[in-house]
Design a protein around this ligand. Structure first.
Ligand code: NAD
Length: 450
């Protein structure tokens, strides 16, 4: 499909989160005309002023450029979508509900508005492509719901598809333009063709499938990554117990092309807005479907033990943890983002406060200072620099792999801290170098030097 001349289309994106916005701006850059709508009026007002309310490399420029070119604009709801729109992309949020299922409250509310829109506007044919991560069967149900609102003779005016999204926060724009693959899940050849031409100009193999397989592949892909991370973390614990070096073990594992080098890092476990909620959702959905995913369940269990493990390591190294001041370097669930959703840092702080009442905690993150307020427990002091967090501390935990932490020199740690001891939860620091210069650096899955 991609060699064919691209046909420029009028599209709409419902939801101006990172996914919706990056997709709208990305499709506009490919030449399509996009309106991105969101019920969050503040977000839309900010975007209309040309201010992207996320820390996302390149998204601000991409949005401004396409607004200026007249290919991208914003609206405060689905009712603002023009009647001649050919493709509507659903990118509203699907957070976890209290039971661990994906909450489809916002999704179905948006679907209701979409049904009103389709009923009122006489658009001859519209494809609704679901980009939100949803349980299997959602695109089927959505189609049924939308078609029910049309007279039977007109029900063919709307068709749904599943186009799951794999972009990562922190590289959403790059991932939009360089996808590893594009998945088009559809029950109709015309719909698949229209979506192929929507994506024309993007590299990466297109995988055509049915809607249910497309929906499941998104959940399964995230669950697999979670399993890979938890596997790595368990092997890392074994390394600590027996005096092996997980960095070397991971190097061996990763050089096998059947395993691959990614997601083998040992650390504080997975977090963020997708992996935890999508793995939980798969487990719940699979259970109900009579096909329990025991490996994925185990991966979730192992992930919960990560913060206990580091608390245990602190206990071993500190004389009186309850009277210590500990600095956390990093709060965001990974570098390159200010996202704090299900960040391991939060679990870690809660665990430390529960286990060591009286411990004084400070934290510094280069990006998520604002996002952290309200999420981080009140007793934790949020600092404005790594130096401020480290000054006078009895120890530090490296939580997020921000490159700037790798640049702190041994002499700085020694000068700033009361006791220069660091638990490197990401294996970012050069432990040998630091240990040689009077800083005790305890890595993850590495032999412990005493
Ligand atoms: P988000 O929660 O940041 O944004 C969703 C937006 O939808 C919000 O701004 C909300 O106001 C808006 N919204 C809710 N109801 C609406 C309605 N009726 N009409 C218009 N807008 C409405 O979510 P996100 O992180 O951008 O993720 C969106 C979806 O994509 C989720 O299902 C997520 O699981 C999936 N996903 C996310 C990522 C990621 O890295 N964040 C990656 C792949 C897939």
């Amino acid at each position: 499909g991609r060699t064919r001349e691209a046909r420029h289309m009028k599209i709409a994106v419902a939801g101006a989160g990172v996914v919706g916005l990056a997709s709208a701006a990305g499709f506009a850059e490919l030449g399509h005309t996009a309106i991105c709508v969101d019920i969050d009026k503040e977000k839309i007002a900010s975007l209309q002023r040309g201010v992207v309310p996320y820390y996302e490399p390149g998204l601000q420029e991409l949005t401004l450029r396409n607004m200026a070119a007249g290919r991208m604009r914003f609206g405060t709801g689905i009712h603002e979508i023009p009647a001649d729109t050919e493709v509507v992309i659903m990118a509203v949020g699907t957070p976890s509900d209290p039971d661990g299922d994906l909450s489809l409250t916002a999704f179905w509310a948006a679907a209701d508005e979409l049904a009103d829109w389709i009923e009122k506007c006489a658009c001859p044919a519209v494809v609704v492509a679901v980009k939100s991560t949803v349980p299997v069967g959602t695109a089927d149900s959505l189609e049924e719901k939308l078609r029910m609102r049309l007279p039977p003779s007109e029900s063919g005016r709307v068709d749904t598809a599943s186009v799951p999204e794999f972009m990562r926060e922190g590289s959403a724009v790059k991932d939009f333009f360089e996808p590893a693959r594009l998945i088009i899940g559809s029950a109709s050849a015309q719909t698949a063709e229209r979506l192929t031409s929507l994506h024309a100009g993007l590299p990466g193999r297109v995988i055509f499938t049915d809607r249910r397989s497309a929906e499941l592949s998104k959940l399964a892909a995230n669950a697999f990554l979670a399993v890979k991370i938890s596997f790595s973390n368990e092997v890392a614990v074994l390394c600590e117990q027996i005096g092996a070096d997980y960095n070397d073990v991971a190097g061996v594992l990763g050089s096998d092309p059947r395993i691959g080098p990614h997601f083998l890092g040992a650390g504080l476990g997975f977090g963020g807005s997708c992996l935890p909620k999508d793995t939980r959702a798969l487990v719940r959905f699979a259970e109900r479907s009579g096909a329990p995913q025991t490996l994925v369940e185990a991966a979730i269990h192992v992930n919960r033990q990560r913060t206990e493990r580091i608390a245990h390591k602190l206990e071993e190294a500190l004389d009186n943890p309850g009277a210590s001041t500990i600095a956390l370097l990093g709060l965001a669930f990974k570098a390159g983002t200010d996202d704090m959703r299900e960040a391991p840092s939060v679990r870690l702080m809660e665990e430390l406060m529960r286990r060591f009442p009286g411990m004084e905690l400070r934290a510094y993150d280069p990006a998520s200072t604002e996002a952290a307020r309200g999420i981080v427990p009140g007793q934790v002091r949020i600092c404005r620099s790594a130096e401020e967090a480290l000054r006078g501390a009895d120890g530090a935990i490296l939580v997020t792999e921000w490159p700037e932490f790798g640049k702190i020199r041994a002499i700085d740690f020694r000068n700033w801290m009361k006791r220069p001891i660091i638990w490197d939860g990401r294996n970012l620091l050069d432990a040998d170098e630091l240990n040689a210069h009077g800083v005790r650096c305890i890595g993850t899955g590495r032999p412990i030097l005493r």
